[in-house]
Structures are given as structure tokens and as C-alpha cells.
Ligand binder design. Structure first.
Ligand SMILES: [Zn+2]
Length: 279
């Protein structure tokens, strides 16, 4: 049996808040207090997480004191620099800017700030995934082989991040490297025929609560070890406290039937492959 707490892992989706934001909010008591780069090192050591992917929140107020996209990207760059080799970070999109300005900011984020991909959060921005605004971003990402992580935890068919919007985007940009964060939740079936990777962040405990272990295992199997990416969404989870997230994830994953080789791909290999292609 694979012991998920021990095998080498890259967490494909976490959140960290810059030190300056923590310093400006000394009385905060929400989960974002746990999104602390230094405190998180202990967790990485304890669970053999050799690297994690920091996702921005498409909300510049949480990621910088200046509330600008370039300040957000600079902060993500600084977080990577602070612990060399331990983090990847994805570029953010601020939809107050024009689509062309967003592409320009992404370009700078990749070239100058050493960021590793793009994060789109259609629910936070209110801009539907398949809308005109995102086209220039998709075209750019496809051309330069930059991975895009898409938040998709839809609760209805017309949700801005609904699975069928992802399908439409992939029909239009078939060579786009897409990681669907949260597996499109309960619309997962629509993603099966696509070539998108899926990250199990946030959704895994929700599947187990809804479907039980056996069916959750079957759903993960339908995607297969080549498309699944281990990810937690630490420290943010609908049902779990920050300090329960990893132990709950490992407890669930330890009950799945993945072989050692398959687990290695899900835990580390797939995201490493995506990142190599981009570097
Ligand atoms: Zn997230």
C-alpha cells in the first residue's frame, strides 16, 4: 500500500499570502493566517512535500499592498526567491485591466518574474471562462506552452467556471495545457473526453462525503494516473480546518488503489512534466 504521507510530493495548488499583508493584518483570525510561507515549511518537511505551487487569488487586495497586478507578480516572485526550489507560482489576472494589458502583465510575469503558469478564477473575477476577455490569454498561453490552472467548482450549468465552458475553450484551443482545479466538482464527467489535467484540491473530501470512498476511487480511476494532480488548496477548505487538510487527504488517498508507480505520477510526476515543458 502507498503511504501518501511519506511519498515524495509536489502540492499542485496552495495559497500563500505575502509577508507584508500578514504584517498589515496582525489581528486576522481567518484561515489566511495559515497561508504563511515560513510556517508552511514545517508542513513541507513533515509530509515530504518537496515543492508546492502557489496560486494567486485573482484578488490583488489579498496579494499586494498596492493592489496592482505587477505588485502581485513581484510578491509571488519574492516568495519563490525566499525559499529557492521550493515553490512554483502562477501569474494572476486582474480583470480591471484590458485583456491586452493582462497578456502583457503575464508576459512580464513569466519573463521577468520567473512565474510558471497562469491562474484564472472565473468566480472571483465574474468573467466567464469562455468569454471574449480570456481569448487573448488562451491564445498566448497556447502559443508559448504556458500552463493555465482554471478554478472550476461550479454549482450550476451557467456558473462562470462550468465544465462545459472548459470543454468549449479546449475545442477552440486544443493545444492549451490546462489544469482544472477542483476537477469541475460534480460536473467532472464532462471533462473525461478532454485532455485536461485535473487537480484534486478542495474537492477530494467533498467527493468522499457525497459518493463514499469506493465511488471516489472509481472517479479518479476514470481520469487515470496520467491526468491527476495531487493538490490540497491549503489552507482553504470548505469542511476541513487548515491543520486537518493534509492528514485527511492522506487518509483518503491511502484507501485508493493506486500502485506505487501511479501514485508517483499523481503526487509529483505529472506536474513536474508540465513545468519542464514550460521551462
Ligand atoms: Zn485555491
Amino acid at each position: 500500500m502507498v503511504d501518501w504521507s511519506k511519498i515524495k510530493k509536489i502540492d499542485g495548488h496552495i495559497h500563500m499570502i505575502p509577508d507584508a499583508i500578514h504584517a498589515a493584518n496582525p489581528d486576522a483570525e481567518d484561515v489566511w493566517v495559515f497561508a504563511d510561507l515560513h510556517r508552511y515549511q514545517r508542513i513541507m518537511d513533515e509530509y515530504n512535500i518537496k515543492r508546492s505551487v502557489i496560486m494567486p487569488l485573482n484578488d490583488p487586495c489579498l496579494m499586494s499592498m498596492e493592489f496592482t497586478i505587477s505588485a502581485v507578480h513581484k510578491n509571488l516572485y519574492k516568495m519563490k526567491q525566499r525559499y529557492p526550489g521550493k515553490f512554483y507560482a502562477f501569474a494572476d489576472v486582474d480583470t480591471r485591466n484590458s485583456s491586452a494589458e493582462s497578456v502583457e502583465a503575464i508576459c512580464k510575469a513569466i519573463d521577468e518574474y520567473d512565474l510558471d503558469g497562469i491562474k484564472l478564477h472565473p468566480n472571483n473575477t465574474g468573467i466567464a471562462l469562455d468569454s471574449e476577455y480570456n481569448r487573448a490569454i488562451f491564445a498566448y498561453a497556447q502559443e508559448y506552452r504556458i500552463p493555465i490552472a482554471i478554478h472550476s467548482y461550479p454549482d450550476s450549468g451557467d456558473d462562470p467556471g462550468a465544465a462545459d465552458r472548459i470543454v468549449k475553450v479546449l475545442e477552440r484551443y486544443p493545444n492549451l495545457i490546462v489544469i482544472v482545479s477542483h476537477m469541475s466538482a460534480f460536473q467532472w464527467e464532462e471533462l473525461l473526453p478532454t485532455n485536461a489535467y485535473v487537480d484534486i484540491s478542495a474537492i477530494l473530501p467533498d467527493y468522499v462525503r457525497t459518493y463514499g470512498i469506493k465511488k471516489t476511487n472509481e472517479i479518479l480511476r476514470k481520469f487515470g494516473a496520467e491526468r491527476l494532480i495531487f493538490a490540497s488548496d491549503y489552507p482553504d477548505n470548505r469542511y476541513l480546518q487548515p491543520d486537518e487538510i493534509y492528514s485527511s487527504y492522506f487518509d483518503i488517498l491511502n484507501q485508493m488503489d493506486f500502485t506505487q508507480k501511479e501514485a508517483e505520477k499523481i503526487a509529483c510526476g505529472n506536474i513536474e512534466k508540465i513545468m519542464k515543458e514550460n521551462s
